[in-house]
Design a protein around this ligand. Structure first.
Ligand code: PLP
Length: 424
């Protein structure tokens, strides 16, 4: 992956792909320009061995193309399109595969921005949506779709698994079966999976029947909290359509973003492995802490979850990940006290970066989600979300421990009990 798709001989022998900070590319002659445009606009098929010509950086750019080819290797996808944000990858895919009058089926919980796009913007386009909760059976979900009276207009199924912020698990194969149920000889819905929480390492949705994998590349793929980007992967046919719309929306990633992400991909595995290892220690600490009421972590669900959830975790995930949420005893006051007293861990939204972050989903990332949905999905005032970074895990635990110590509760029993909790 690290050298894939780049030929040093085309760049003065530079060992690393340079930043092609250019808006346009010079054609050798007019005929070459004509032939590049024929392929770009689909006026003719590419000939065998014909390389896609570089035209203009809104269509393609070496930093973008090499990055796309490299991410394809991780997800074993035919093609990939990079965007300037995760939201632009998600919104472009939704706009390409749905038209006014269509129906979208989606899993709950979803990242708050995606939820907003579905429940506010898509509504304006007369695209209806119906959500289902993690844990619902195939029959229950089919009934939900049929109740809308628009099963014949089901154009897309969009899921997030595990779901942000509670690590709720959704079965991709079950969603593929629902897609089949509503397919006809003429049309089939597109099944897209937001794989941001697992990154390209810990879950491969295409293997389980998904048509598209979506990422906020801002998270694990970028990994250093210094770039906003998104990606969509799938078959050549579907990604060609997405790249077509991307060209006209103009929301492709630029060369500098492409270069940063190529650099990030080289350390993807070592970073993510370390983050997952750290998260195990943090979860163990939280599990024992008397001020912690419940810990939402895939490792916990794999032990104490329902038989269905345990089976999905075994089949779909290669790791328990590095995202943890927990209910603190109390509510917003106690959550905020904890967050305000963190020293090493930064109080910030986003996730997947090298540094650990903490936030309050109820009032931050998921502030805009319907209050009834929030309550049903355990996104309450007492929920705190942690993204575990690559720091020494003892430092992370020490910080969580000291911040919990500063939470003032009315219970003497808790105060004395927590003195017994080992830190580090
Ligand atoms: C699961 C998930 N999907 C999508 C997004 C949106 O990505 P971006 O912020 O890169 O637009 C986020 C952002 O937090 C996310 O957590």
């Amino acid at each position: 992956m690290m050298s894939y798709g780049y030929k040093p001989s085309l760049s003065e022998g530079a060992i690393k792909c340079p930043i092609f900070q250019t808006s346009t590319f010079v054609f050798k002659n007019a005929l070459e320009g004509k032939r590049f445009f024929e392929v770009a606009y689909g006026l003719r098929e590419k000939e065998t061995d014909e390389e896609t010509g570089l035209i203009y950086s809104r269509l393609n750019n070496p930093d973008l193309e090499i990055l796309e080819n490299r991410l394809c290797l991780w997800d074993n996808a035919e093609d990939c399109a990079f965007f300037e944000s995760g939201m632009s990858a998600i919104s472009t895919a939704m706009m390409e595969f749905m038209s006014p009058g269509d129906l979208l089926l989606y899993s709950k919980p979803l990242y708050g921005g995606t939820d907003h796009f579905i429940n506010h913007f898509l509504k304006k386009l007369n695209i209806e949506s119906v959500g289902f909760m993690a844990g619902e059976s195939k029959e229950q979900i089919i009934k939900r779709v049929e109740k809308t009276g628009k099963g014949n207009r089901l154009a897309m199924i969009h899921i997030e698994t595990p779901g942000n912020p509670t690590n709720a698990v959704i079965d991709i194969e079950l969603c593929a079966a629902i897609k089949e149920y509503f397919s006809t000889a003429e049309k089939s819905a597109v099944l897209s999976v937001d794989n941001t929480y697992m990154g390209p390492l810990w879950q491969h949705p295409l293997r389980h029947g998904a048509d598209l994998v979506l990422y906020s590349a801002t998270k694990y793929i970028g990994g250093h909290s210094d770039v906003i980007a998104g990606a969509c992967l799938g078959s050549k046919e579907l990604i060609t359509r997405i790249k077509g719309l991307r060209t006209f929306l103009g929301n492709m990633a630029g060369p500098w973003t492409g270069w940063l992400l190529m650099r990030s991909l080289e350390t993807l595995k070592v970073r993510m492995d370390q983050q997952a290892e750290n998260a195990k220690h943090v979860a163990e600490f939280l599990n024992l802490h008397p001020l912690v009421e419940h810990v939402y972590y895939l490792g916990n669900i794999s032990m104490n979850g329902s038989p269905e959830d345990k089976e999905i975790i075994q089949r779909q995930f290669h790791s328990y990940g590095a995202m943890i949420a927990f209910d603190i005893k109390g509510g917003e006051r106690e959550s905020f006290q904890f967050l305000d007293n963190l020293k090493l861990i930064k109080l910030a939204v986003s996730l997947g970066g090298t540094e650990s972050l903490a936030e309050h989903p109820h009032t931050m990332t998921h502030a805009d989600v319907d209050p009834k949905d929030k309550a049903a999905m355990n996104i309450t005032e007492k929920l705190v979300r942690l993204s575990i970074g690559v720091e020494n895990h003892q430092d992370i635990i020490q910080d969580i421990g000291q911040a919990l110590d500063r939470v003032t509760t009315n219970s003497d029993e808790l105060h004395s009990a927590r003195k017994l909790v080992p830190v580090g």
